[in-house]
Ligand binder design. Structure first.
Ligand SMILES: Nc1ncnc2c1ncn2[C@@H]1O[C@H](COP(=O)(O)OP(=O)(O)OP(=O)(O)O)[C@@H](O)[C@H]1O
Ligand SMILES: [Mg+2]
Length: 340
């Protein structure tokens, strides 16, 4: 699909543009990190990294995260990467419908049947409604609806709020205008990290008739409001039965054989209700069929899966060979389902 479709001149222009935008310092840091981790010579890793970025659509962070330094060319070809994922998003997620996924308030409206929790919007003059909502639920999650790249999620306990008018004004001033009830997760997820709602990232492609699950990753938090890496979270890939394929890891060089707070062995984790998860993703994928390639964040609760959000720019969650011992990735599944 991607590179073959471009002529030589546009391709060279694209490469030149990319080269101009490269942050040399950060690339060198990543090359050093990879070389150190795998006992390689930094200049060789750096050259390989640049070549892979220019000619194989491998992001610098992809190269580090999926241990490309120790993989053969054939093994590398099985890994999904961010540049390829971005091209799929551009091609299969219609621009006229992306806003539904970009704005969390709009998302909650369109997907309200699948949230299975209460939510409300903060507006001028509704401090009393905010107070009633928060006191009813005890703890609430607030969100800044657009473009906070994983940092716009907050948690408050009603018992700690003294002045509701001031709290309400603060929410409006900070743009935290979406309030949600806290999701109650399944005991098997709480056993690993009870203080954070641990989401499952299901990357899927809807071809107009059928929903293909391309990859499943389980994220785990560290007790903060969010399980994202910006809050110390990490992930492990799941197989088709929902079983973790190995220990957990993040993009900052941490590997977690056990959860650092609970001691739960990550490799022993198995996602409950995996058939229900597949059926649920098939349902949500049909709501906006113009957006075909999506990274769905869902949570398995005692009553079944619920939706957190859909990411039209799906990103990539992949296997880390040095941690799992598995030297292949998910790209063949993407290719088979999408046809590139
Ligand atoms: N209603 C909720 N109850 C409990 N935890 C929640 C709730 N909503 C979100 N979370 C936690 O916060 C995390 C991040 O939430 P969400 O997916 O909505 O935003 P984000 O991934 O940070 O946003 P973006 O990808 O748009 O930057 C979730 O993965 C989950 O751990
Ligand atoms: Mg998310």
């Amino acid at each position: 699909m991607p590179s073959q479709g471009l002529g030589l001149a546009p391709r060279l222009r694209y490469l030149a543009g990319r080269a101009r935008r490269i942050d040399v310092g950060s690339v060198l840091e990543r090359a050093k990190e990879s070389a150190r981790d795998h006992g390689k010579w930094t200049p060789a890793v750096l050259a390989d990294m640049l070549w892979s970025a220019g000619f194989r659509q491998v992001g610098f962070q992809d190269y580090v995260d999926y241990d490309f330094a120790i993989l053969s060319r054939a093994e590398r070809a099985t890994f999904m990467t961010h540049p390829v994922s971005n091209q799929l998003s551009q091609r299969y997620d219609h621009p006229d419908y992306r806003h539904i996924f970009q704005d969390k308030v709009e998302f909650d409206r369109v997907f309200s049947d699948f949230l299975r929790r209460e939510w409300m919007v903060v507006e001028p003059g509704n401090a009393d409604a905010v107070r009633r909502f928060a006191e009813k639920h005890g703890t609430i999650v607030t969100k800044e609806p657009v473009g906070q790249a994983g940092t716009g999620v907050h948690r408050y306990r009603a018992a700690e709020i003294e002045d509701w008018d001031e709290f309400h004004r603060g929410l409006l001033a900070r743009g935290e205008v979406l309030i949600e009830e806290v999701i109650r997760q399944h005991d098997h997820l709480a056993a690993v990290c009870p203080g954070t709602v641990n989401t499952t990232r299901v990357t899927a492609f809807f071809d107009g008739e059928k929903t293909h699950i391309l990859a499943m990753a389980q994220k785990f938090g560290r007790g903060a409001v969010s399980d994202q890496m910006t809050f110390g979270g990490f992930y492990t890939m799941l197989d088709e039965n929902g079983k973790a394929v190995g220990p957990g890891y993040d993009s900052h060089g941490h590997v977690h054989r056990t959860h650092p707070d609970s001691g739960f062995p990550i490799e022993d984790f198995r996602l409950p209700m995996v058939d229900e998860v597949a059926a649920f993703v098939d349902e949500v994928a049909r709501v906006v069929p113009q957006v075909q390639y999506v990274g769905w964040d869902i949570v398995v609760t005692p009553e079944g899966p619920v939706l957190v959000e859909g990411n039209w720019g799906a990103g990539v969650y992949e296997n880390k060979p040095s941690v799992t011992g598995i030297r292949t990735g998910h790209k063949p599944r993407y290719r088979a389902a999408i046809g590139f």
